[in-house]
Write a protein that binds this ligand. Structure first.
Ligand code: ATR
Length: 280
């Protein structure tokens, strides 16, 4: 265990109903660890100050969420490969006086896809990725590492997709216009939505799935609502699906291991309280 007090948390702003405390507390109970995991709403201006204070308060580390992932990247004294590749940090570990930055999103996405769609879920081609933000970057990293043979990348702002594609120089990424999204699905084996479209309070994601083959799968990283219109449409067509809760649960596994020294499992028993919190 990195910190002797068994204390960790999630740092973000604005204060919102984070699922991370539900998730980590479930594992703490499951493993009978006498620790706690708290929500830390912190304004961007206070981020550095608070992070430097947390180790002195006995924190082993924190998960980092919107809008602090880039600030955490800048502040960390060391970075793992994925944090470097993503240009963002979603996990800070306080380790013997130093602050280590990591990014567990790509690993979380891979593990989630393998659990819900089977081993080799990312190795199949072609894959269509919607979006070019931070989440898309982690998804691309996971796909490239898994050996995806063809990635079609679409974003409303095409220039952002092109910038992202350039970051992964040798990868088989093709940028396609957002307006061609329906046709881009032709022959694709996997569709991944990394945009905020379809999220509660956001615009709907308007993409007809007709061109997807019957063997294709559809993944959404949005988990509010859990069943997005995209996933509902995919299920109605009989396609396999993976929801956004999977990535959230799996990205937390290495974080819990770093905070509390035990590698937890993603089980149906973990999903139940998260679904209850989402619906509550
Ligand atoms: P994150 O880091 O969580 O991925 P982000 O960087 O804000 O978040 O990215 C949000 C993604 O949703 C972007 O790909 C964004 O497209 P733009 O790059 O064109 O902004 C996409 N998005 C948000 N609202 C959208 C809309 N109404 N139509 C199409 N795409 C949208």
């Amino acid at each position: 265990m990195s910190g002797s007090s068994g204390l960790a948390g999630v740092i973000g702003w604005p204060a919102r109903h984070s699922l991370s405390p539900v998730l980590h507390r479930h594992w703490l109970n499951r493993h009978k660890i006498a620790g706690d995991f708290v929500s830390l709403p912190v304004r961007p201006a206070d981020f550095g100050l608070i992070i430097r204070a947390l180790p002195r308060m006995g924190f082993a580390g924190v998960n980092v969420t919107v809008p602090h992932k880039e600030a955490a990247f800048a502040l960390a004294q060391s970075l793992d490969d994925d944090a470097r590749a993503c240009g963002a940090v979603n996990l800070l570990v306080f380790d013997g006086g130093t602050i280590r930055g990591a990014n567990t999103d790509a690993q979380g996405f891979s593990a989630s896809m393998e659990q819900s769609l089977g081993a080799g879920a990312l190795r199949i081609g072609p894959v269509v990725v919607l979006g070019a933000g931070g989440a898309a970057r982690a998804v691309l990293l996971a796909l490239i590492r898994a050996g995806a043979s063809e990635i079609r990348l679409l974003n409303r702002t095409r220039a952002r997709a092109e910038t992202l594609a350039r970051l992964f120089e040798k990868a088989p990424i093709r940028v396609i216009d957002w307006s061609d999204r329906a046709q881009a699905l032709s022959g694709a084996m996997l569709l991944v939505n990394t945009t905020s479209l379809g999220m509660a309070g956001q615009d709907p994601l308007d993409i007809p799935l007709d061109a997807l083959p019957a063997a294709a799968a559809v993944a959404d990283i949005v988990y509010r609502p859990l069943e997005t219109d995209l996933l509902r449409a995919a299920r109605a067509r009989g396609l396999r699906t993976a929801d956004g809760l999977g990535m959230l649960m799996h990205q937390a596994v290495p974080a819990f291991a770093a905070f509390y020294g035990v590698t937890p499992a993603v089980t149906p028993e973990l999903r139940a309280p998260l679904e209850a919190a989402l619906h509550g």
